[in-house]
Ligand binder design. Structure first.
Ligand code: SF4
Ligand code: SF4
Length: 359
């Protein structure tokens, strides 16, 4: 695992061109150099060289990042802000009391116990996966939210009733994103190694997820774990498989839907393909459909005002579409969108919930 100081060359690649500022959603609402990657790199370069102390204020700007990766995609030097921010967070938290408390709460002993209890309590409400004459085998990375809440399993059973898939569920742990965000790199590496070992035991066509963040975190394992060879892994979203299987849906009443693309969802081509197979459904694309919902995990808690401003923008774009339903593919985005639409008639649902409502 690279240490914070090992990122000096990477940080120094920044030419201060400022292109990242033109795409950073936070810079657009708070035009302060320190919120975009350019300013973050100036501060972190000073810390690495020893010219600056890693103060609470610098940590505040480290926390002020959606990890949306928009700046990385635009940066001529291709600097990976998310990786550097996680390492900086680790450096800041490693000797702090709050860091030790968070590490304890995220430990195998506490975190896994909570998920296991939720999983145990929800077990009677889950349908059994039936394999039928399945031609496709998928390894399902359920994610913590779906381990606790059983509804997604019910939606999968309904959608694939006539298109059987063989679903393998190894004993995966959390993808590790909550640990990475808090700079708890040791725990992140622990779950990463565990999940890769589980994956190696399976002979599968696809690794499938319902959560864009889980999918993108699993894909990032190779950055942190040198022996993580994920080049042959076909990692997809349930939406990709539904589009590939050409499953048809018919809705009783005419519905207008719009789609929110989570920051971590790489490919959203499946959505329009699926909608073409949905009778009685009209798709209205919202403005900035791929801009952040504003919640972004713990970002919303640590940066309440900025989060509210982003949620407000997103809500206005949704309302403009006149849609009855907003569909997305990330449990955290569902929470963010629901916050913005509180008291409105528009429903916010996962893609699987939406499709399970069709016949
Ligand atoms: S776009 Fe890249 S190189 Fe340019 S200022 Fe931003 S981080 Fe630095
Ligand atoms: S990852 Fe997103 S929020 Fe963070 S600095 Fe880059 S563009 Fe801004």
């Amino acid at each position: 695992m690279k240490k914070f100081r090992d990122y000096q060359n990477e940080v120094n690649k920044c030419s201060k061109c400022g292109l990242c500022e033109t795409v950073c959603p936070l810079f657009k609402i708070t035009p302060n150099d320190c919120v975009a990657s350019k300013g973050k790199f100036i501060m972190l370069s000073g810390v690495i060289k020893g010219d600056l102390k890693f103060t609470k204020n610098i940590n505040r700007y480290i926390d002020m990042c959606l990890k949306c990766g928009k700046c990385k995609d635009f940066c001529p030097a291709g600097i990976d802000i998310c990786e550097i921010v996680s390492s900086a967070k680790h450096e800041y938290m490693k000797n702090k009391l709050i860091g030790k408390v968070i590490n304890f709460l995220q430990s195998e002993f506490v975190f896994n116990k909570i998920i296991k209890i939720g999983e145990f309590l929800s077990y009677p409400f889950r349908p059994k996966h039936t394999n039928g004459n399945a031609l496709t085998t998928v390894v399902y990375f359920k994610g913590c939210v779906n381990k606790i809440f059983p509804n997604t399993d019910k939606y999968i059973a309904k959608i694939f009733k006539n298109h059987p898939v063989k679903i393998i569920e190894p004993d995966f742990e959390c993808c590790g994103l909550p640990f990475l965000s808090e700079g708890n790199l040791e725990r992140f590496l622990q779950v990463g190694k565990h999940n890769l070992d589980e994956l190696r035991k399976c002979n599968c066509d696809y690794l499938i997820t319902d959560c864009a963040s889980c999918e993108s975190t699993i894909k990032s394992y190779s950055k942190y774990l040198p022996d993580a060879d994920l080049t042959n892994l076909k990692s997809i979203n349930w939406g990709d498989l539904i589009a590939e299987e050409n499953i048809k849906f018919k809705f009783k009443k005419p519905l207008k839907v719009t789609f929110h693309k989570p920051c971590h969802l790489e490919n959203d081509e499946f959505f329009e393909k699926i909608i073409q197979n949905c009778e009685n459904v009209e798709y209205v694309k919202m403005d900035d459909y791929d801009s952040c919902c504003g919640l972004a995990g713990s970002f919303g808690v640590k940066n309440c005002k900025l989060s509210q401003a982003l949620i407000k923008q997103k809500t206005a774009n949704i309302l403009k579409t006149g849609a009855d339903v907003v569909v997305t593919t990330c449990p955290s985005c569902i929470a963010g969108l629901k916050l913005g639409l509180l008291g409105r008639k528009i429903k916010v649902v996962s893609l699987l919930e939406f499709l399970a409502g069709g016949i």
